[in-house]
Design a protein around this ligand. Structure first.
Ligand code: SF4
Length: 78
């Protein structure tokens, strides 16, 4: 699953860090860092973090790797 955070929108409230510490970390008081690719083991916590973000800064792509491959094939007309 892919994760993207709109860092212009993020206010560093850190809810995501508490809910998904393996995916999101705060460096200093304002610098959020995150994994842009989340494995299955951390998928649910990343989704919870996205739902809990008070400014909806976290975007999650729900396609897994096989789903993305299928979609690419469809787009290519294969
Ligand atoms: S919960 Fe949202 S606003 Fe807070 S640090 Fe995470 S992405 Fe930023």
């Amino acid at each position: 699953m892919r994760v993207l955070v709109d860092l212009n929108r993020c206010q560093a409230f850190a809810q995501c860090v508490f809910l998904a510490p393996d995916v999101f970390t705060l460096h200093g008081e304002e610098a959020l860092r995150y994994q842009s690719r989340v494995d299955e083991a951390h998928r649910d916590e990343a989704l919870r973090a996205a739902a809990a973000c008070p400014v909806q800064a976290i975007l999650v792509d729900r396609l897994d790797a096989s789903g993305a491959a299928q979609q690419e094939e469809q787009l290519d007309g294969r």
